[in-house]
Write a protein that binds this ligand. Structure first.
Ligand code: C2E
Ligand code: MG
Ligand code: MG
Length: 748
């Protein structure tokens, strides 16, 4: 049974017993009770007594006249009358308290209290009957001791029974088993009311029965005054207690509000602390990111130039202290990376760089460092390698790994690198020093097309010389240091001067004559070749136009100008040529452009395109140094060249007895089949000339015929009008094949 059911059950039991008690009391109500006195007492109990009751401060009890009334009813009208009076008084008192709002009653509680009052009074009566019988106590006796005994028994019994029943009810309601504690805490205090009530009843009883009216009056006035005083004090105490309790409540409310505010505040503080912590975290992270970004390359995640510099600086210091702490620096440059970017797009280019970076990292030990220091430039610091030889081995391994082809977005890509190695040296002071030398070695590797080169001091002086040349070449035109030499080109059949090859000369103010093989590559790499060629075109076309005017037999004199592959790849060439022709008024078909086989084949499709445009301008075209450039035959027949110039190396191979002429024969036949005229360059001996004449080579150029000459010397030659074939040559060597083809071919 749960606590609610239990308390309901208890209420039901009390109701039944209470009803029985009240019924029994009504049934056996003694005769004297049927009187106006008893009615007055009941009326007093119902109407007046509740108004006189006082709630004791901090208790559930009220001091009323109920106990006194019950005991008086008991003494005057008997136990049954007391039961009725007690029940009615309790009922009236409860309603009165409820109406005033001093206490809240639960369901059926007023009735339950009423029945408790009836039961406890009935039990009191029953106990008193037994005790009075045993102790022979008379209830109606003038003996005050007997009266005190009677009232004592009544008060004690009533107190015990009523409080017991109340306490039982409370423990059932509150679901506690501690009856004693409950009674002591909530019910013991009410013993006072019993004692006061019993005393009052005894006093009133004595006054009514044995006192005179005057004494009774004085006593009642005294009681009234005491009561009023008591009531006032109780009221004041109650007010004070009420005020105190209110103040306490207010205080605790204020505290509660404060506590809540404090809690809110601390919650807000926690939130703002958390926010601050998060902001700090973000700050720390961004600081870290910032530091990382400052030292790393964003694309590949490798160290950047700054970090590489820091590492190299400390390694240089370390090496100075301890020469055994050696290291090597590799400088790597991806060959023709620009082509990948241009042809496949920058995003593929980026992916290629990332793949290259990964491959580099994979090949190295954790102590080594890989850095990206430029677009397609990387540097590697190798540690703890005793010799340069070992560094070279590592570099070779890296080279082999990096050149493995891979596929990317459906494209098969293979990359190639140039690697320069610079070993540590005490002379290095800064990271830039060692990186510069590794870079020099890398450039040398690029030049000799070998993939790998180790730095030497010679390379540095070469490099410095190169830098110097490049600087000086920029001002060479303005300073008048450049000039043209002209090498005659001769008809091998009749010895007639056909034209010249214009060859550039640089007379350096400090170093004297610098050969073209030295400065032309520098001009090409630095991009200076284009403005220089523009100058050459202007110079030579102007010059040739002047020479053509010397005599009518020179009207068709030609000049060949060498065009660099770099210039050929640039569309500006067309305009440059047109401008030169316009300014010089030279007939376009007397200007020939020489393009080496290797640069023509570098980007054959583009060359075909460019050559066709040049043909539209009207100029002639010649393929230079033929035989050295690995021509693809399929392209060769699509290239609109007019002449083919056999490379000097094939001519120089022809020995004293005319041996080693097979390749010459092959090239000449090929040229004829492709409907091109053939020029042989580098003819130095009579045998070479004779072999070439015999094979049907159309034209020749070489020291045997004429060396390249300055402008003035060339002009003198033109006025002399010599036959440039050495005496006796051509006789007996004339090729019937050559004579036959001659008719069908265009003039030189
Ligand atoms: P190239 O176009 O094949 O020029 C022919 C070279 O052979 C010239 O050398 C010429 O002096 C040399 N030569 C001619 N006959 C003989 C001979 O019998 N024996 C030997 N050993 N050499 C002979 P040069 O003037 O030193 O020019 C070298 C190269 O420099 C040229 O080869 C050409 O590729 C380049 N070059 C010269 N001038 C120019 C120019 O104005 N523009 C460009 N782009 N390149 C030029
Ligand atoms: Mg040439
Ligand atoms: Mg040549």
């Amino acid at each position: 049974m749960n606590k609610r059911n239990l308390s309901n059950f208890y209420k039901a039991v009390l109701t039944v017993i209470g009803v029985v008690c009240i019924g029994w009391a009504l049934f056996y109500l003694p005769k004297p009770a049927y009187s106006s006195g008893y009615l007055f007492l009941l009326a007093f109990a119902v109407l007046i007594s509740p108004h006189l009751s006082l709630i004791l401060p901090r208790s559930k009890f009220s001091v009323s006249f109920s106990d006194a009334l019950i005991f008086i009813a008991f003494l005057v009208y008997g136990g049954e009358a007391a039961i009725i009076a007690a029940s009615l008084e309790m009922l009236a008192n409860c309603y009165f308290i409820k109406r005033k709002g001093n206490m809240v009653f639960g369901r059926y509680m007023i009735l339950t209290n009423t029945f408790i009052a009836s039961i406890s009074t009935a039990i009191t009566y029953f106990v008193w009957l037994q005790v009075a019988n045993l102790a022979d106590i008379q209830i109606v006796s003038p003996d005050t001791r007997q009266l005190i005994a009677s009232l004592g028994i009544l008060a004690l019994t009533h107190f015990v029974v009523s409080t017991f029943l109340g306490a039982v009810f409370q423990i059932l309601k509150e679901n506690t088993l501690n009856l004693w504690e409950t009674w002591k805490k909530d019910y013991f205090l009410s013993s006072m009311t019993q004692i006061v009530g019993a005393g009052l009843a005894g006093l009133i009883y004595k006054l009514i029965n044995y006192g005179d009216v005057f004494t009774a009056g004085i006593a009642l006035i005294a009681i009234g005054i005491i009561y009023l005083n008591y009531r006032q004090s109780i009221g004041e105490i109650n007010d004070a207690v009420g005020n105190f309790e209110k103040a306490e409540r207010d205080k605790s409310e204020v505290e509660r509000v404060r506590r809540r505010e404090a809690e809110n505040h601390s919650a807000q503080l926690t939130v703002s602390l958390e926010k601050e912590e998060r902001a700090n975290d973000a700050l720390r992270k961004s600081e870290k990111d910032f530091q990382h970004a400052a030292l790393h390359d964003s694309l590949t995640g490798l160290a950047n130039r700054k970090q590489l510099g820091d590492i190299l600086r400390s390694l240089i210091e370390e090496y100075k202290q301890d020469p055994s702490a050696n290291f090597q620096v590799l400088f790597l440059d991806i060959r023709r990376f620009k082509d990948i970017n241009d042809s496949l797009g920058h995003s593929i280019g980026d992916k290629v760089l990332v793949i290259a970076a990964k491959r580099f990292v994979r090949m190295l030990s954790p102590a080594d460092t890989v850095a990206r220091i430029g677009g397609d430039e990387f540097a590697i610091v190798l540690r703890d390698l005793a010799t340069v030889g070992k560094a070279q081995k590592v570099a070779r391994r890296i080279y082999q790994s990096i050149t493995q082809p891979f596929s990317l977005s459906g494209n098969k890509i293979s990359i190639d690198v140039n690697i320069g190695v610079a070993p540590c040296d005490v002379e290095y002071e800064t990271p830039e020093d060692i990186l510069r030398d590794a870079d020099i070695a890398m450039h040398y590797a690029k030049e000799k097309n070998d993939g790998l080169a180790v730095f030497t001091k010679e390379l540095r002086s070469r490099f410095l010389e190169r830098v110097r040349y490049e600087m000086d070449l920029r001002h060479a035109i303005d300073r008048g240091e450049l000039s043209m030499h002209y090498q005659p080109i001769v008809s091998l059949i009749e010895g007639r001067l056909i034209g010249f090859e214009a060859l550039l000369r640089w007379h350096h103010s400090e170093f004297g004559m610098i050969p073209p093989n030295k400065f032309i590559p520098i001009a090409e790499q630095s991009g200076l070749i284009q403005p220089i060629t523009v100058w050459i075109l202007r110079e030579t076309t102007r010059q040739l136009a002047a020479w053509q005017r010397i005599s009518s037999e020179y009207e068709n004199l030609m000049v060949s100008v060498n065009i660099s592959g770099k210039h050929l790849s640039n569309d500006d060439l067309i305009e440059d040529v047109e401008t030169a022709l316009e300014q010089s008024k030279l007939s376009p078909d007397t200007l020939k452009l020489e393009i080496t086989e290797s640069s023509a084949m570098e980007n054959a499709e583009h060359t075909i395109n460019m050559l066709h445009k040049l043909k539209q301008v009207g100029v002639r075209l010649s393929i230079d140094d033929f035989g050295t450039g690995y021509s693809s035959l399929s392209y060769l027949h699509r290239l609109p060249f007019d002449t083919l110039k056999i490379d000097r190396s094939f001519v120089s191979r022809v020995g004293e007895n005319g041996e080693n002429s097979e390749i010459l024969q092959t090239i000449i036949s090929l040229a004829k089949n492709l409907k091109m005229r053939v020029i042989a360059e580098g003819i130095e001996t009579h045998v070479q000339l004779a072999v070439l004449q015999n094979l049907g080579c159309d034209y020749g150029q070489g020291y045997l015929l004429a060396k390249p000459k300055s402008r003035d010397e060339t002009e003198k030659l033109l006025y002399k009008r010599p036959n440039l074939l050495p005496f006796g040559s051509g006789l007996g060597f004339e090729s019937p094949e050559a004579a036959h083809v001659e008719e069908n071919l265009p003039v030189f």
